[in-house]
Write a protein that binds this ligand. Sequence first.
Ligand code: FIX
Ligand code: ZN
Length: 419
Amino acid sequence: MTRRASEPKRAALARRVERIVANTPVFDIHTHLYDPAFKDLLLWGIDELLVYHYLVAEAFRYFDTPYEQFWALPRTRQAELIWDALFVQHSPLSEACRGVLTTLNLLGLDARKRDLPALRRWFAKQNVEKHLTRCLELAKVERICMTNSPFDDLERPVWEKGFRPDERFVAALRVDPLLLAWSGTAPRLAGWGYKVGGALSAPLIGEVRRFLADWTKRIRAKYLMVSLPPDFRFPDGSMCAQLIEMAVLPHCREFGLPFALMLGVKRAVNPALRLAGDGVALADLQSLQNLCSGFPENKFLVTALPRENQHELCVLARKFRNLHVFGCWWFTNVPHVVEEMTRIRLELVGLSLTPQHSDARVLDQLVYKWSHFREILARVLTDKYAGLSRAGWEATTAEIQRDVNDLFGGAFERFCQTG
Ligand code: FIX
Ligand code: ZN
C-alpha cells in the first residue's frame, strides 16, 4: 500500500485502539490504598497529593531548610512549601508534578491561577465515599489491590475487629518485616502467641506458617508480597532466604497463592528523607531464576525497580511460565521508561503479563497514573497492530479488546488461578 493510502488507515487504527484502551476497566494489582473502612488510612485530597514522597524528594532539592525542621511542620504547611517550590517557583515538569495537574484537570479543577487555597476549598467540600467512586470512574479502575501488613499498628486492629468490606478492594499480605527484619519481628510474633523463640527449627517454621495461614485467611489475601534489596540472594544462608524456602513457599503452595517479589529497592539511602529516602540498584535475577526453576509449583509475580533489569526479566519470563511480570514500579514509572518497558515486554513476552500497576498512595493519584499509562499503551499497541497489518494481519476490534482485557487484569487473574 502507498504511504498516502496507509495514513488514514493508521489514523483509524489509532482511534480504535485509543478508544478501547481508554474505556477498558482495569484491575489495579498493587496500590497502597485502603478500603474506606480503614478510615484515615485511605489518603486523599490536594494536601496528600502534594506531600506524596515522590514530590517530597524533588522539593528538597530546592529547599535549604534542615530535614527535621520540614518534618516538624504541620502537613498543610509542608504541602504549601512543596506547592511553592515545585509549582510556583519552577514549572512542574517532572512526572509526579504533572500527575497532580492531570488529576486536578480530570477532576474538573482549574489550577491555572496557582491558587492552592481555592483548590483546598474544593476538596474540603468532597465526601470520601463519593470521591472514591468518582476517582475510580475517572481512572476506570474496577478493582484495587491493597498492601496489607499485620505489622502495621494502625491497620492490624481494623482487621482484628472486622468490617464490612467494600467489594472493589482486595487484599495482599505484605511480609517485609517477617523476611527482612526477623530479629525485631520474632518478639512481636511471640507477643501475638506464636512460639517462635530460639534458632531456626521445624517447630519455629510451623509457627511462622500458622501466622501466615491465620492472616491469609483473615484478610482473604490474593497473594503474598515482599520487596527485596539488591543484595538479596537465593538460595542463601540468610534468614530471609531460609524463611522464603521453608515457610513462605510451602504456604503459598498450600493456599495456591502467588508470591510477589519487588526487586532492587535500596531502602533508606537517605534516611532523613523518610519515605522519600529509598533508592535503587541492580537486582540479582539469577536468584529469581533459582526460585522459578527450583519451585515450579510456586507462582511468582515480579516487578523490578532498576531499568537495567528489565530486559533480563523479560527473557526469564520466556523461560518460566510460573513467572508473571508486572508493573512499571516507582522510578520506572516515568513516561520515557514506561514506553520502553512496555515495548520490550510486548515484543519479548507478548500479552501474558500485567504491564502496569499504579502504586497509588493517595486515592486521587489513580486518575493520573492510569490516564498517563493508557496514553502510552495506546501508542505502543497502535504501533504493534500497525506492524501486524503491514505483515498482512488485521486485528479485529474484538481481538484488540480481548488483548487489552488481558493486559488490564485478565492475564493476572488467569495466572492466579493456574496450578
Ligand atoms: O515497597 C513498595 O510497595 C513501594 O511501592 C513503596 O515502598 C514506595 O514507597 C512507593 O510508594 C513506590 O511507589
Ligand atoms: Zn508499593
